[in-house]
Design a protein around this ligand. Sequence first.
Ligand code: ADP
Ligand code: ZN
Length: 604
Amino acid sequence: MPDALHTLRAVFGYEQFRPPQDEVVATLVEGGDALVVMPTGGGKSLCFQIPALVRPGTGVVVSPLIALMQDQVAALRQAGVRAAALHSALDGATVRKVEQQFLAGALDLLYVAPERLVTERMQELLSRTPIALFAIDEAHCVSQWGHDFRPEYLQLSLLAQYFPNVPRIALTATADARTRAEILHRLQLQDARIFLCGFDRPNIRYRITQDNGKAREQLLQFINDEHPGDTGIVYCLSRKRVEEIALWLTARGLAALPYHAGLTPDVRQRHQTRFLNEDSIIIVATIAFGMGIDKPNVRFVAHLNLPKSIEAYYQETGRAGRDGLPADAWLSYGLNDVITLRQWVEASEADERHKQIERQKLDAMLGLCELTTCRRQALLAYFGDTLPTPCGNCDTCLEPPASWDATAPAQKLLSCVLRTGQRFGAVYLIDVLRGALNERIQHNGHHALSTYGIGKDLDATIWRSVIRQLIARGFLGVDAEQHGTLYVTQLAKPLLRGELSLALRHDTSRGTKSRPSPRGKVSFTLAHEQRLWEALRSRRRRLAEAQGVPPYVIFHDATLADIVAKRPQSLAELAHITGIGEHKLTQFGSDVLEVLHDHPVTAG
Ligand code: ADP
Ligand code: ZN
């Protein structure tokens, strides 16, 4: 048998396994089963691809999405691996061709959709061919409790019965203890070795800024300052907002495309394809976008709305930086988000038990937003992971926010809510506190209240911040029925009685002026480096177009960055660049050397 490390180097061009890849690979090579829970971008694919190459026979991979299969097959072929896929989008002739290759032992890896794997025809083929292993990707699809449940996955247990001697590996990025147990049980993986890798995505920088009423300007500045020319995703809550933001960004010179369920399948497909195949596209989308998107070099994920839970936030931000290079998760949120989401939960059709769960999830998300300590520590703690020290790569670590004693303003506000009868929203309450003289206030007689005008010392922005934080912490409730009506909760009583003091986060105006972050993107300080980088990207694009594959299938950004850093002078030197194996060296080596030759080191 060829050696696993040798295969890693020769085929994929990587120097070392990332733990625990080596142990997973060894387990399978020796014929054992494994369950691998590893975050996105951790390197799950190699865990089954290497043993499939090392062991005799074909590795059979079950994957739920055609797009993911196609991507992996294309990438493997570029590395010189004999890979193919069987799924419903193929015509009959192609299916027969792939089946014949498989039977002839001419495939190292075969990707199969789950519903096809369990057909009699496929079982018959499998029984006639030596199998190196079965890999079950996105294994959480077997869980009836999860969001991605696929009934076809339940039938995969038959692999254990029919092929007791073929090692099996299940992989997922999302598995709490219950899902894990379900995977082991339903796929009959009782003897599998379990590899749990934690949830941290260290290359993602988490940042949550306060929406000061100019969220889209903040977004534009963030993109222009820190991600010019980069690929990213911008999430918005509604289709209308998606359209509006995409148009607005386009008018400012960015290549932004909308994506939501209200567009025709045709338009959606076109926008998704451009996103995958081009380097600088920004997709503005509702959460309908993302599943099955494996683009490795998404450099930022921005939210113009508040996700409903930490799980959703983690999953959506997780689409950034799959390639392990620095990436940003940027969220802008403000008072209106808090009110809208609270209202949604209260007005939802769900029964009280589910509402309670939704409330808790939203509370956790709001808590994350209002933190003054490390965001990553809190995020990981939510998933039961511990990070012993602050991460140094989130906004609260980089620019620790100050807090201020807001006890007195909070009391003023709460009593103003009470005295006006708990029938009004934020705008009106702030008007009363700041002593505005408008018709509505006069009509209601609220200019005569003792709380009228007692908040003149703080401007409206600060009052909005106080209200937001009081809602986030549960001192103020949002009425389900009426438009943004606020009421005082039980929790607030000790605060009103003066038994509790309250420190609130000091919102800085720094939210508008985002600091350029050198770790937030692939960046070069020297002009000739930048030129070489652009030239390599453009050559990569041409090579990709010629073959009809996305650019990242030719080379990952990490590979191009390594070339810029090392400037290899020969094929022998190029072979040491990360991500360049033997096959890519032969295929593209001369192209790369030519670009290098045309872009020498220059002064300045
Ligand atoms: P996952 O499926 O867990 O999201 P992938 O298998 O797509 O992750 O790998 C994520 C990225 O890490 C890819 O760009 C992959 O090429 C890279 N990678 C994985 N393992 C290694 C390794 N041992 N050395 C260098 N790069 C690696
Ligand atoms: Zn941190």
